[in-house]
Write a protein that binds this ligand. Structure first.
Ligand SMILES: [Zn+2]
Length: 454
């Protein structure tokens, strides 16, 4: 007897054959999928402990969100509101974050990820040990990297790069202990990789240390050409682009997953393609600031791309739309076409899994893969009626449609409600922490209050 039979749904397998099955079923046993097919055929072959009726619903793999800083949800209302928010506010405020904050902020942000259908995340931030506890409890699947930064978070606000090796050493220590403690934990749901922050925020010795620790197959996540300030600083120090610099340091390779890559030159793109490095595309915060990325070019060149939410808002529904809008805008400027609606869904699922190196486990609904999936309610006024479900999902779908979410064969959301934690209580605690962090910053630096509160 298997554990779950999900039947009667519109199954988006997101497999290589791009199979979409009407009146389809998915069978789940323990933590994995044992069968996918037509309901009539599957029902005949298996008996299940629990039957989930999926008529009127689409069944998708859980989203794979390739770039997050989940505990940074406390910057909502600031980041994306203040121009140049990254260097002006986001880095300075990190000084006021305490390790224990990352547990509660972690729970709150994992709730956001799960409720919007993301079952796998690639998370890099500080105090990841505390976040790992939250990820373990929340049931999410996560690859974690302790961010390593050498540039002083306060000095950077004024455009000054003050490199402090002792700060980076401390973070490298934390990264190592994260690896020892959490890699493979929670029945393999949690893994650990490496996360030097960015080529302007770390000098070459940090990357050298990371590459000494890195083993082939482990991802190295770093921000690449994410801002003009980074591009200028790297050019000033090393006389080249960030991608060229990463190549010369021996970091550019198949394990490199580079966040943003907004300011890539043509040569950078070629180098990334030759090295089989991947792009973590986070279109939403950039689009808000009026910038777009060459998504269609990356895809056209065969560079692996996944979608990430980055900061503040962690729904892949908005991210899919932002990716599409950005690519359409580029198309009007003469760039190669833009991805189809189905391709956008692929970016949010199987392509993201490929970027993270976990496509043998997640990203599609196929026998043998982990049971990470979501049921999407189609019977709602913003989707039904429709002549085409795929485009309607991408254009109009949202968290409100995510009825059920399963990770590793365990239901974490059902009938539209998170079942794995008391979300109301967690959000109250997260708000208290957020108030504490900002009042700390504002009392020390009143000029920032003006900047933030206008
Ligand atoms: Zn980032």
């Amino acid at each position: 007897m298997v554990d779950y039979l999900i039947k009667g749904g519109l199954i988006y397998t997101m497999d290589r054959g791009r199979h979409v099955i009407e009146d389809g079923a998915v069978m789940v046993e323990n933590d994995h999928i044992v069968a996918v097919g037509k309901s009539t055929e599957i029902e005949r072959s298996y008996e299940a402990e629990t039957v989930i009726e999926a008529a009127g619903k689409a069944v998708l793999p859980g989203f794979v969100n390739v770039h997050t800083h989940l505990p940074s949800i406390f910057v909502r209302g600031v980041y994306g509101v203040v121009r140049e928010g990254l260097y002006q506010v986001l880095f300075p405020v990190k000084e006021y974050l305490k390790p224990e904050h990352c547990y509660v902020l972690g729970l709150a942000s994992c709730a956001e990820a799960l409720t919007s259908g993301s079952t796998t995340i690639q998370e890099t931030y500080n105090y990841m040990d505390m976040f790992a506890r939250a990820a373990e409890e929340s049931g999410i699947r996560a690859d974690l990297g302790e961010q390593i930064a050498e540039a002083d978070y306060q000095a950077i606000k004024d455009g000054v790069y003050e490199y402090r090796s002792e700060q980076a050493e401390e973070m490298i220590k934390r990264a190592k202990s994260l690896k020892d403690k959490w890699d493979g934990a929670a029945d393999g749901r949690l893994t650990v990789s490496w996360a030097p922050l960015a080529p302007d925020m770390c000098t070459p010795w940090v990357y050298e240390e990371v590459m000494k620790l890195h083993k082939p197959g482990e991802k190295v996540s770093t921000h690449v050409e994410q801002s003009r300030r980074e591009v200028d600083q790297v050019r000033k120090l090393y006389g080249k682009t960030s991608v060229e610099h990463l190549k010369d340091m021996g970091v550019l390779g198949p394990d490199l997953i580079g966040a943003h890559c907004i300011f890539n030159s043509d040569k950078d793109l070629r180098l990334m393609k030759e090295a089989d490095a991947s792009v973590l595309h986070c279109p939403r915060p950039y689009l808000l600031g009026g910038a777009t990325a060459p998504l269609a070019r990356w895809i056209g060149m065969g560079i692996k791309v996944g979608l990430g939410t980055d900061n503040v808002n962690h729904t892949m529904w908005e991210t899919m739309r932002a990716a599409l809008y950005g690519a359409r805008h580029r198309e009007t400027l003469g760039e190669l076409g833009s991805p189809s609606y189905y391709e956008v869904l692929e970016l949010a699922t199987i392509k993201g899994a490929e970027v993270m190196g976990v496509s043998d486990k997640v990203g599609s609904l196929e026998p043998g893969k982990k049971a990470d999936l979501q049921l999407i309610d189609l019977k709602c006024p913003h989707i039904m009626p429709t002549a085409d479900v795929t485009s309607s999902l991408v254009l109009y779908g949202g968290t409100v449609n995510v009825d059920t979410v399963m990770v590793n064969g365990r239901i974490v959301k059902q009938n539209g409600e998170i079942t794995i934690m008391d979300v109301g209580k967690v959000l109250d605690e997260a708000q208290e922490i957020t108030d504490e962090i900002w009042s700390g910053l504002f009392s020390d630096r009143p000029e920032l209050r003006k900047l933030v509160k206008g």
